[in-house]
Design a protein around this ligand. Structure first.
Ligand SMILES: [Mg+2]
Length: 187
């Protein structure tokens, strides 16, 4: 299973959650599978999907899911300690771990050489941190959606992405419609 198929498997679970999606191929893939104004597709700020998601979760009651990658989390490991410290019940970090920097040519990351992001997350203080096979990610996410977080799910998948075109939305359009959806959720 690759990230694309994993995203296909979890898309039916998403209803009123807000999703912050990592830049590059992950956002293009999620957009092509299912697009709503509850999705924020990052176009920059590599490594900050979890930080943006956590900040949002601190301000709204809806569940926030940050979909991040192994390479991105590795460049912002401090985020795991902050997630533990803030202890938001409505926050889920889904790390799609393909052991590679998928958007830049599949160069291997540390997780391909043995680093366990789930173990790091647990050591950072996030009790609900697990590593699952990609095929089991949807079942685990469904379980996490029903129980208080924060949760970290590290889903192991194969590298590789289908050929997709860039998201045909401007950065301002992505921002504005997401902001409107958040405002609506808060009223
Ligand atoms: Mg990756």
């Amino acid at each position: 299973m690759r990230r694309y198929e994993l995203l296909q498997s979890i898309a039916p679970l998403l209803t009123d959650e807000f999703v912050i999606c990592n830049l590059g191929f992950p956002s293009q893939e999620l957009y092509s599978i299912r697009d709503t104004d509850h999705h924020f597709y990052m176009l920059g700020s590599m490594g900050l999907s979890s930080s943006i998601g956590l900040g949002l979760a601190m301000e709204i009651d809806n569940t926030v899911i940050s979909i991040d990658g192994d390479g991105s989390v590795l460049m912002n490991l401090g985020t795991l300690s902050t997630i533990a410290l803030e202890d938001r019940k409505n926050f889920i970090l889904l790390i799609v771990d393909n052991g590679s920097y998928g958007s830049t040519g599949d160069q291997p990351t540390h997780t391909a050489k043995g680093t366990s992001l789930a173990a790091i997350a647990k050591a950072a203080g996030i009790a609900s941190s697990v590593e699952v096979a990609g095929v089991d990610a949807a079942e685990k996410l469904a379980e996490c959606l029903k129980t208080p977080g924060p949760h970290v799910i590290v889903a192991k998948v194969e590298p590789g992405s289908p050929a997709l075109t860039p998201i045909p939305l401007s950065s301002l359009a992505i921002r504005d419609r997401f902001r409107d959806a958040v405002k609506q959720a808060r009223t």
